[in-house]
Design a protein around this ligand. Structure first.
Ligand code: GLV
Ligand code: MG
Length: 347
């Protein structure tokens, strides 16, 4: 095991120092875009204002014949625009594929200073993170990049779930993790054909009563266990947890319910694979205006964050002050991105 004193040392001479704290950013939706399609690349300037993160997808859903065009298209769109506070990410192909090495080297050498986060699919253990960590450091040194590129792992294999804690702790480059329910279902041998969401047959049947009336069936969340395990691994290591994709675009209500379960369990955002999911993610992952107003009252009533005060009959102390800070800080990030929300929050 690496000594703690070595953990924050750059892995290549000339590479930037690893960050000790990830930049504070709002990442309610990671918006997926197939970069080989010019018509969609042309929408990037509008998207920069509408979404929190734009991700050029190079992996699954990109046909094998388009892999190189997708990589070229991503580099082109990275260089063509100023992304401001909007995140620019890419999802590279998995490490054992014929494309991963060129995805990593070309993107870092040609557009590395525009890239915030590299999403790595099918992460099985800390060894995958260590490999990418070392390679990124070498490439950053060669390209003269000054801000380290962060790594975001997709949790989508049974082995990855088994090793989730060591993946979360593998490197100071770890930004966070997303659940990949489609690949995970396949890896586990789950009997489903969906991309995330529930299943009508996964649930519990209520006990029968004396009247013999029909027994209620309550559908359960198939992803509860994995999201909980992922959130604990991420929170314990100071990195961020995200729900991944919801594939049924015809069912916005189910998408919203799945996103909200993840939000309540501790996730900070989800993927948007379709423009309609951007608004759903904004609604779910922005703090509630009434909560924000209450949080601001707590902060005002306890300027130094200590002691105890009563507000509307509810006791506030140092711990509720910290919760209020979380909500107010998130609201300020949302308000900076969306002026109409600034007015709603009274900021
Ligand atoms: C995402 O990549 C998934 O497999 O669900
Ligand atoms: Mg996948």
């Amino acid at each position: 095991m690496k000594l703690p004193s070595q953990f924050y040392k750059p892995l290549a001479i000339g590479a930037p120092d690893p960050m000790r704290e990830a930049p504070v950013k709002i990442e309610r939706m990671i918006h997926f875009l197939p970069p080989q399609i010019e018509k969609l690349r042309n929408k990037v300037p509008d998207l920069i204002a509408q979404v929190d993160v734009i991700l050029g997808n190079l992996e699954d859903a990109i046909p094998a014949d388009d892999k190189i065009a997708a990589r070229d298209g991503f580099i082109e769109m990275a260089l063509a625009h100023d992304y401001g506070s909007t995140g620019l990410w890419t999802r590279i192909n998995c490490l054992n594929s014929p494309w991963a090495l060129d995805d990593i080297t070309r993107i870092v050498l040609e557009a590395g200073d525009k890239l915030d986060v590299m999403m790595l699919p099918k992460v099985e253990g800390s060894w995958d993170i260590h490999y990418l960590d070392q390679l990124l450091a070498q490439l950053e040194a060669r390209a003269g990049i000054t801000q380290p590129i962060m790594i975001h792992a997709i949790l989508e294999t049974a082995q990855g779930v088994k090793n989730v804690e060591e993946i979360a702790a593998a490197s100071p480059r770890m930004h966070g993790m997303s659940l990949g329910p489609a690949d995970l279902a396949a890896s586990r041998g789950m009997k489903t054909t969906r991309v995330g969401g529930g299943h009508p047959h996964y649930g519990v049947l209520a006990d029968s009563d004396e009247t013999g009336s029909e027994r209620a069936f309550y559908q359960q969340d198939l992803w509860h266990y994995t999201v909980g395990k992922m959130v604990d691994a991420c929170a314990a290591n100071g990195i961020k947890a995200f729900y991944g994709p919801f594939g049924d675009f015809s069912d916005p209500d189910a998408c919203e319910a799945q996103f909200r379960n993840a939000f309540l369990q501790g996730c900070l955002g989800a993927w948007s694979l379709h423009p309609s999911q951007v608004e759903i993610a904004k609604r779910v992952f922005s703090p509630d205006p009434a909560e924000v107003k209450f949080a601001l009252r707590i902060l005002e009533a306890m300027p130094d964050g200590t002691g105890a005060v009563m507000i509307d009959g509810k006791m506030q102390d140092d711990a509720t002050w910290k919760q209020a800070r979380v909500i107010a800080d998130l609201a300020r990030l949302v308000a900076a991105k969306e002026p109409d929300m600034a007015a709603v929050y009274g900021l």
